[in-house]
Design a protein around this ligand. Structure first.
Ligand code: ASP
Length: 339
């Protein structure tokens, strides 16, 4: 008897469309934004920045925004707060050290409590990667990710982009897949623990930039070479600098090292941005740093304060970008949820 073995082919189940973000006003990842969405935010940031403050503060008058911070922050927290207030919104700051979080309240319960108190959007910084997703899922409010663990920091990515464009593509109003063609951005230091690196390497190549990741193996595993299109790894700092128009220096994230020992002497010898290195290998490069800077470690004071440094411009751009992002959070649903 002829027996034929019929192998039943299992149809590959369709990949379910990501339910995130649930709320069209949320910004959990730079990947939530199309390039048109990025262009809209950049253009709106400029409009809001240049607007008469008395007109601007009617845009979100009396709307309620909560800032929920489980990690310390200077730039991100202050600029989000100033941004929301500049649009007329009322803000409430909840930080883990002075709230019921200290008593053991979960993120979910804190989020639901804030929603009951009338919060219409929550800006969240949390030490756990994915926390912003969870908060959005539980509250369905617009959630703005102000840094979640080692995962992402989307508004930092956007403000870095605004800074890069101002220096290398002045006057550009909209971005597309070619806008940063020919631009190489070196991201240097503790890539492993950096949410800033993650947001930048997901965003910049979509605009045509090359991203070169640079750092020692402990802080930049070999696997990073597979981070995605437009991203490469170069261990030698001077080679990376030599090919870059932007040098984004990162702090070693001491709070996330979890027992890892770093030889700081060896690290600074190989990876510190000094005036001599800058002059020799990248005399025209724009120097960026998300802050806080540790003078004498990842860069010298001379470089931080020097003419190539755009670090304080980044801080200023943070307010403009966050005004646009907070406005989007509270108006996206009314405008049909455009990304
Ligand atoms: N401020 C940035 C962040 O929150 C970078 C840093 O802390 O080193 O991720």
């Amino acid at each position: 008897m002829n027996s034929t073995i019929v192998r039943r082919k299992h149809a590959t189940p369709p990949v379910p469309a990501s339910p995130f973000p649930y709320n069209p006003g949320s910004l959990l990842s730079v990947m939530d934004l199309s390039l048109e969405g990025v262009s809209r935010l950049l253009a709106r940031a400029t409009e809001l920045d240049q607007m008469d403050p008395l007109v601007r503060n009617r845009i979100l008058a009396k709307r309620k925004v909560a800032l929920l911070f489980y990690e310390s922050s200077t730039r991100t927290r202050t600029s989000f707060e100033l941004a929301a207030k500049a649009l007329g919104a009322d803000t409430a700051l909840i930080s883990s050290l002075s709230s019921s979080i200290e008593k053991g309240e979960t993120l979910k319960d804190t989020g639901l409590t804030l929603r009951s108190l009338g919060a219409e959007a929550i800006i969240l910084r949390h030490n756990a990667s994915g926390a912003a997703w969870l908060l959005e899922r539980e509250t369905r409010l617009p959630v703005l990710n102000a840094g979640d663990g080692m995962h992402e920091h989307p508004t930092q990515g956007l403000l870095d982009l605004r800074t890069i464009l101002a220096h290398l593509r002045p006057g550009i109003a909209t971005v597309d897949a070619e806008t940063l063609k020919g631009v190489t951005v070196a991201i240097v230091g503790d890539i492993l623990h950096s949410r800033v690196a993650r947001s930048n390497l997901l965003l910049l190549p979509r605009l045509g930039a090359q991203v070169v990741l640079c750092g020692p193996k402990e802080l930049l595993p070999d696997l990073a070479a597979e981070a995605g299109p437009g991203v490469t790894v170069e261990r030698d700092f001077e080679t990376a600098l030599g090919q870059s128009q932007v040098a984004m220096m990162l702090r070693i994230q001491a709070e996330r090292l979890a027992g890892m020992q770093i030889d700081l002497g060896g690290y600074t010898a190989s990876y510190q941005l000094t005036s001599a290195r800058l002059a020799k290998f990248a005399p025209k490069a724009v120097v960026l740093h998300p802050g806080p800077i540790i003078r004498g470690l990842e860069l010298t004071a001379e470089v931080a304060d020097g003419p190539q440094s755009a670090i304080l411009e980044q801080v200023k751009n943070g307010v403009a970008i966050r005004m646009a992002v907070v406005e989007r959070a509270l108006t996206a649903a009314e405008q049909g949820g455009r990304a």
